[in-house]
Write a protein that binds this ligand. Structure first.
Ligand SMILES: [Zn+2]
Length: 295
């Protein structure tokens, strides 16, 4: 006996377990769909045939900090989400490894959160345009808070930390062509809020040994000190400090911001006396710096 073959109906397929086929059907077409979309012409093509001369490196600053915490806490604060702070590099303190380990916590091309409200020349909010290096250091004991900065017991840096900061900074400055006057302390760019990396940070050694950062010609400073200096009033001090880069409006009044900036300048360039008051030595240093870097 011969049986007539008829096409299956939906109901007969469902009855025979054909629902599985219907679910799997799109999978058979998937490779074809992908193939067709790959062949679809793009809406545009990108050409790098013309390059503008008008561009510069996004990273313009190297900013140095101390963490105010020990190794373990520094690492925790700078990496855990809830603390909302970070830096590109962390220089630990009690590392006995050879070579000395430096932690890169944020890639150079990403924005780390280390500078906060900050200013230098026309730049504001320097997280966007800087790299940050945090150095593990406890700063000074809390009970010294009321003392003038140069009377506080600041923790010294270790020679290994300084060697690591020097070598790393030299590499970063060369890689991103960071100008000497834009290698700065957190205190330089946020003078009212910050004092790190503090008076023990060896800016002079960084300049002389590693060629990093700005430092005045010491012969020129001595020469200026031996001669009569122009009489600068508050407005003139403000103008000259701002010319170097400090965020200081020319109010003509020796106000809180002026004192804070003067203190930051001393922390960086004349750390033996940090009293936030203008004096002849600071004037000679500032004049020598301006002659050298902003003639
Ligand atoms: Zn800082």
């Amino acid at each position: 006996m011969c049986q007539r073959l008829t096409p299956p109906t939906l109901s007969s397929l469902a009855a025979a377990g054909g629902w599985r086929w219907r679910c799997l059907l799109p999978l058979f077409f998937l490779p074809l769909v992908l193939l067709l979309s790959a062949c679809t012409p793009s809406e545009y093509q990108l050409s790098t045939r013309y390059q503008s001369a008008n561009q510069n490196e996004r990273i313009a600053f190297l900013i140095l900090h101390y963490t105010d915490e020990d190794d373990a806490n520094s690492l925790r604060l700078l990496t855990e989400q809830e603390h909302k702070v970070s830096a590109h590099y962390l220089i630990p303190r009690d590392s006995h490894e050879t070579p000395f380990t430096v932690y890169q916590l944020v890639p150079d091309n990403a924005r780390a959160w280390h500078a906060g409200r900050s200013r230098w020349h026309q730049y504001a909010g320097l997280n966007a345009s800087s790299l940050g290096i945090e150095i593990v250091n406890l700063g000074y004991p809390p009970e010294d808070e009321s003392l003038p900065p140069d009377a506080r017991r600041w923790q010294p840096y270790t020679p290994q930390q300084i060697a690591a900061v020097g070598a790393l900074s030299r590499e970063l400055v060369a890689r991103y062509q960071i100008p000497p006057t834009q290698v700065l302390g957190h205190s330089d760019v946020a003078p009212k809020r910050k004092q790190d990396p503090g008076p023990h940070f060896p800016w002079r050694q960084l300049y002389l040994t590693y060629g990093v950062g700005a430092w005045p010609d010491e012969g020129r400073v001595a020469e200026l000190l031996a001669s009569p200096l122009p009489d600068w009033d508050a407005a003139m001090w403000q103008q000259q400090l701002a010319r170097y880069g400090y965020g200081l409006p020319r109010s003509g009044q020796w106000d809180e911001q002026s004192r804070a900036v003067m203190g930051a300048f001393q922390l960086h360039f004349r750390s033996s006396k940090v009293d936030s008051k203008p004096d002849r030595e600071c004037q000679a240093i500032l004049m020598a710096l301006l002659e050298k870097y902003f003639p």
